[in-house]
Design a protein around this ligand. Structure first.
Ligand code: FO1
Length: 307
């Protein structure tokens, strides 16, 4: 069974790992967000791709949610002491990956090319594709000004309310090689419990990707990022309240208008307003086993024959 999963960082990576575990080797393709990417200290960092890579490989820090387990921070401390930027926490182990990626990109390799090499170096059979090899950057429009994603999220601790989003570069971007083919060949499409605005919409803003999903003949199922109307982590609930006026499953479905056959929601949201088919389960992924359970339920929802 070939499955495509659209994913952002932390929450998406957990479901991707669950899918990776329950599917046969090579059956999963993850299409990752690159709207969060940044260039810092001369390094190209792709936080969402890295969260997926580290989580699939079991190298991720489960407490922090991002970066590598057992991390040290010597290089960053040194850079800071020499007057370098120190607001974005790059650990020593993590930097090793950014060095390899940045060198490859500088030599003219594509982001999808180097990401494929990294995945193979980790011994993984799952495919991880950036939505695009082109430059696409999410910008948050707030009352305090417009900020690139990581400046708003990390440096400003996502305290500014968001009035609108821009996906700079999306209009002229092209899907990375393999993205459209993977969607067209998939037996099911899964949208991970990531933030729709900053993780999934940037993927869908690449011309051709949304259209390929709209053309599908298989089912497309999303997992809600909310539990009891609250974000498991991050600002998705605040963003939904400000941009959409609430945090119901119906509003999550609205974020993916025209794309979903079903939405997987947590039991805590069962009584809230829904729109279309929903599957109710426990969506909290506390460990790899609960991620596998959620992945299994999501795949069952994706294979159901519509009545
Ligand atoms: N998140 C933070 O809140 N603070 C950080 O300093 C930070 C550094 C960082 C470095 C590498 C990486 O892969 C992720 C990092 N993140 C950090 C997480 C990241 O900003 C977000 O989780 C994602 O971009 C949102 O999907």
């Amino acid at each position: 069974m070939r499955v495509v999963c659209l994913s952002g960082g932390v929450g998406g990576a957990k479901l991707a790992a669950g899918l990776h575990d329950v599917l046969a080797p090579g059956e999963l393709t993850v299409i990752g967000n690159v709207g969060d990417d940044l260039e810092i200290l001369g390094l190209h960092v792709s936080p969402d791709l890295d969260s997926v890579l580290y989580t699939l490989a079991g190298l991720n820090d489960t407490e922090r949610g991002w970066g590598r387990e057992g991390e040290t921070w010597e290089a960053l401390e040194s850079a800071r002491s020499w007057g370098g930027e120190g607001w974005f926490m790059l650990g020593d182990r993590d930097i090793g990956l950014h060095l390899v990626r940045s060198q490859a990109l500088r030599r003219g390799e594509t982001l999808s090319g180097v990401t494929g090499r990294l995945i193979r170096s980790a011994g993984l059979k799952t495919r991880l594709l950036p939505a695009t090899d082109d430059r696409l950057r999410t910008q948050l429009v707030t009352p305090a000004g417009t900020f690139p994603f990581q400046e708003w999220f990390v440096a400003r601790r996502h305290e500014d309310e968001v009035d609108a989003l821009r996906y700079d570069g999306a209009d002229v971007s092209r899907p990375a090689p393999g993205v459209i083919g993977a969607i067209e060949d998939a037996d099911a499409i899964v949208i991970a419990p990531s933030n729709p605005f900053v993780s999934i919409h940037p993927i869908l803003s690449v011309p051709g990707i949304r259209e390929a999903i709209e053309r599908r003949r298989v089912r497309c199922v999303a997992v809600s990022p909310l539990i009891g109307g609250h974000a498991v982590r991050g600002p998705v609930d605040r963003m939904m309240r400000r941009l959409l006026g609430g945090t119901t499953p119906a509003l999550v479905t609205m974020c993916y208008k025209g794309l979903l056959d079903a939405l997987v929601i947590d039991a805590a949201d069962e009584t809230a307003e829904t729109d279309g088919a929903v599957v109710v389960t426990d969506t909290l992924m506390l460990d790899r086993e609960s991620a596998r359970r959620l992945a299994q339920t999501t795949l069952e929802a994706a294979m159901e024959t519509p009545s």
